[in-house]
Design a protein around this ligand. Structure first.
Ligand SMILES: NC(=O)C1=CN([C@@H]2O[C@H](COP(=O)(O)OP(=O)(O)OC[C@H]3O[C@@H](n4cnc5c(N)ncnc54)[C@H](OP(=O)(O)O)[C@@H]3O)[C@@H](O)[C@H]2O)C=CC1
Ligand SMILES: O=CC(=O)O
Length: 324
């Protein structure tokens, strides 16, 4: 049997990579920097499948170089780097990895909030630098118990964070465009965006990046938050105006920012945000556990192989062109 020609802009964990190797001839980009548009365009000339990644833009201009492309599979739930309408116009189904990363990402998002509010990372740095003496400790953190957590983007991951927050004795409010039918079961209350900004002690962002959410948090929004607010972005960097956030933190307009995602990604070492004492940044590791990344990789391989075989993708973001 002939193997399917595919392009991968990065490799997947071994169980998935081995599955693909069995059925596909793979052109694999292995360098640390993202593949350029020109190289990818050239590689895609004969490709039937593409394993995509968040740091590579897939748009109309690129697809014009890929006349044989039958399926795109991305090893992430977010797909803001892909022009899905352009794929749909060409009849190309796009696969992603919803669900399998929910608990790991919720752990990270809530864990970061706990870390920042209790200054755990600062405490470790303090000890490591030999500053801990019997009479000297770092300044106190704050309780999460009894505080209000405002979740903007209460979807699969948001709901999983809400469950964790409730177990820690927090009150949870949320804002989505649509109210959830399971508010009582989750123990959460709906709030308008404006009310959430003013009422929450901690604000967590978990919306997809879209034209509607790009720049959702800027000067005005930080200005409405409590001066004691902890702000966590575990979704996508460009949902936040980075300059406005850095200014709000520098002016102590809000207390603290915790970012698993930034704009740009990675942040340059001399970026103003990284010079501030009231920031905690992690390198986009929401789903980065062995178990979760393995499930994501296997679902990506399943999506890709299904598309190559003209079968429905198990997880497809444009079901109108998914194979019947
Ligand atoms: N840091 C990391 O490593 C990770 C980050 N992510 C990010 O988290 C995002 C969320 O994932 P997941 O929970 O699975 O997605 P879901 O689609 O389940 O949830 C997204 C939620 O955002 C809400 N939403 C969408 N648009 C808006 C808007 N304009 N204003 C307010 N709310 C909005 C949706 O509700 P409604 O439609 O009613 O508005 C929905 O409840 C991903 O898209 C990804 O970008 C995901 C995994 C790991
Ligand atoms: O950021 C990660 C994702 O799965 O989306």
């Amino acid at each position: 049997m002939d193997k399917y020609p595919i392009v991968m802009v990065r490799n997947l964990l071994a169980p998935a990579q081995n599955r693909l190797l069995e059925y596909c001839n793979i052109k694999l980009w292995e360098k640390a920097e993202p593949i350029s548009h020109d190289i990818l365009a050239k590689w895609l000339e004969d490709a039937e499948g593409l394993v995509a990644a968040g740091n590579v833009r897939i748009d109309e201009r690129l697809l014009a170089y890929a006349p044989k492309l039958k399926v795109i599979a991305q090893s992430a739930v977010g797909y803001d780097n892909i022009d899905v309408d352009a794929c749909t116009r060409r009849g190309i189904p796009v696969g992603n990895t919803p669900g399998v990363l929910v608990e790991a990402t919720a752990d990270l998002a809530f864990g970061l909030l706990l870390c920042a509010t209790r200054r755990i990372h600062e405490g470790w740095e303090f000890v490591r630098q030999g500053k801990w003496t019997p009479n000297q400790n770092i300044p106190f953190g704050i309780d999460l118990y009894g505080k209000v957590l405002g979740i903007v983007g209460m979807g699969r991951i948001g709901a999983a964070v809400a469950r964790r927050a409730r177990a820690f004795g927090m009150r949870v409010i949320y804002y989505n465009r649509n109210r959830r039918p399971d508010e009582a079961e989750l123990g959460v209350k709906y709030a308008s965006f404006d009310n959430l900004l003013t009422q929450a002690d901690c604000i967590l962002v978990l919306t997809p990046l879209s034209p509607a959410t790009r720049g959702l948090f800027g000067w005005e929004q930080f200005g409405r938050m409590k001066s004691t607010a902890f702000f966590v972005n575990a979704a996508r960097g460009p949902i936040v105006d980075t300059g406005a956030l850095a200014s709000a933190l520098a002016a102590n307009q809000i207390a603290y920012a915790v970012l698993d995602v930034t704009d740009p990604e990675p942040l340059p070492g001399d970026h103003p945000l990284l010079q501030l004492p009231n920031v905690l940044v992690t390198p986009h590791i929401g789903s980065a556990t062995i178990e979760t990344r393995t499930r994501m990789a296997l679902l990506t391989a399943d999506n890709l192989l299904a598309g190559l075989r003209n079968r429905p993708l198990p997880a497809c973001v444009n079901p109108e062109v998914n194979y019947k």
